[in-house]
Design a protein around this ligand. Structure first.
Ligand SMILES: Cc1ncc(COP(=O)(O)O)c(C=O)c1O
Length: 376
């Protein structure tokens, strides 16, 4: 699995919760696509469309969607969240429930609706040993939507998404999952969760480039979203340029894709997703969880380490966040960066986010450096 990458051997890359490196096959796919464009341009555009369709099929199978028709390809997670927030026809008295740990994209978009008289309820999941209960306690019959990260970006807390899906169903609320910190790292089943909308950019755990995101919309929830973006690509018959007067929005999730697709990123993400599917998400998940468990075990042995992410295997994904007593996390972070560690300062500490291919020896070296670091 380590052979999937050609990373600089001087680096320890534990930053998949931010921006992942590309696997070798993804690099090759991009080079080939660039060569093709340079030599024959879009002569084989039909073939590109097939790659796009295969990518949608692969993404559908990655999240167990009923069909590729429920998948649209958008620019990023924030765009998907905005399409949902703007697309729902809000009624006076509606409320939206989120958590206090959300990445800004999953807060700002809902906060902006307050001006329309929509109430935003923010569950404090940080201090609760039952975060789902903290969320469900804020829901009532006026809850129109719950929007939650599958795994919180800073603390790494993994939510019980099936339980939250059941709560949404009982309150007839729409269910939106920001899954950017889970898909590609852990298994994900939209049908078991009973999610209406799922969004995840490709540049983290899915090992793709920036600028291409998976947007899942349950077929039966498609009409819940009034369209926000318009163009030739979102109509039912996109080849009929002469019958514009009678256009109709596509009956599938393509209705959310207004114009030309990002064919370069599609070729790249397709190569990465194929790799994940080749290994199988069960195996990937096992490796990711095991890597974080090794980090937890190793760092628990170090004096003065405060682990800020959950240590229970049912509660974490691929994120391990910690701080060190009497040490400024920013300075420790800078020291690690100088040593070639690619990680991130997050949640009041340092976040390591290893993927399936990282090695135990790398974690041991990280522990050695953190242990040996002296403030000042
Ligand atoms: C949980 C979460 N949601 C959304 C985003 C932002 O995603 P995008 O840049 O695709 O809009 C991030 C980025 O780190 C994230 O961690």
């Amino acid at each position: 699995m380590q052979n999937d990458f050609n990373l600089d051997s001087k680096l320890i890359y534990v930053n998949h919760a931010a921006v992942a490196p590309w696997p070798i096959r993804t690099v090759q796919a991009v080079k080939q696509f660039a060569d093709e464009n340079g030599h024959i341009g879009s002569r084989h555009y039909e073939q590109w469309l097939k790659v796009e369709q295969h990518l949608k099929q692969d993404l559908a199978s990655l999240i167990n969607a009923q069909s590729a028709n429920e998948i649209a390809l958008l620019k990023n997670t924030s765009e998907g969240l905005s399409i949902i927030a703007k697309g729902i026809q809000w009624r006076a008295g509606d409320n939206i429930v989120i958590s206090n740990e959300e990445f800004p994209s999953n807060f700002i978009v809902w906060d902006a609706l307050r001006a329309q008289g929509v109430e935003l309820r923010i569950a404090n999941i940080s201090c609760s040993n039952n975060p789902e209960r903290a969320i469900i306690e804020l829901m009532d019959t006026n809850t129109r939507l719950l929007s939650i990260s599958a795994v919180q970006y800073a603390s790494g807390l993994r939510m019980n998404l099936e339980l939250l899906g059941k709560a949404c169903k009982s309150y007839h609320a729409l269910y939106c999952i920001d899954a950017i910190q889970q898909i590609g790292a852990l298994q994900f089943d939209v049908q078991a969760m009973d999610a209406d909308f799922v969004i995840a950019d490709g540049h983290k755990w899915m090992l793709g480039p920036e600028g291409l995101a998976l947007f899942y919309c349950k077929q039966s929830s498609m009409e819940e979203l009034e369209l926000q973006q318009y163009g030739w690509h979102m109509v039912e018959d996109l080849s009929d340029f002469n019958n514009m007067q009678n256009w109709q929005a596509a009956g599938n999730a393509r209705r959310f894709e207004c114009g030309s697709p990002n064919t370069l990123a599609i070729h790249a993400l397709q190569a990465s997703i194929r790799l994940l599917l080749k290994h199988g998400m069960l195996e990937i998940e096992k490796a990711v969880l095991s890597n974080v468990q090794i980090l937890i075990k190793t760092f628990l042995q170090l004096p003065g380490i405060n682990i800020l992410s959950p240590t229970d295997i049912s509660r974490h994904g691929g994120i391990f966040t910690f701080s060190k007593k009497d040490v400024d996390s920013q300075q420790l972070y800078q020291c690690l960066v100088k040593k070639g560690v690619v990680c991130a300062p997050r949640g009041g500490g340092i976040r390591f986010s290893p993927h399936y291919y990282n090695q135990q020896t790398e974690f041991e070296r990280l522990a050695e450096w953190v242990d040996g670091y002296q403030a000042g």
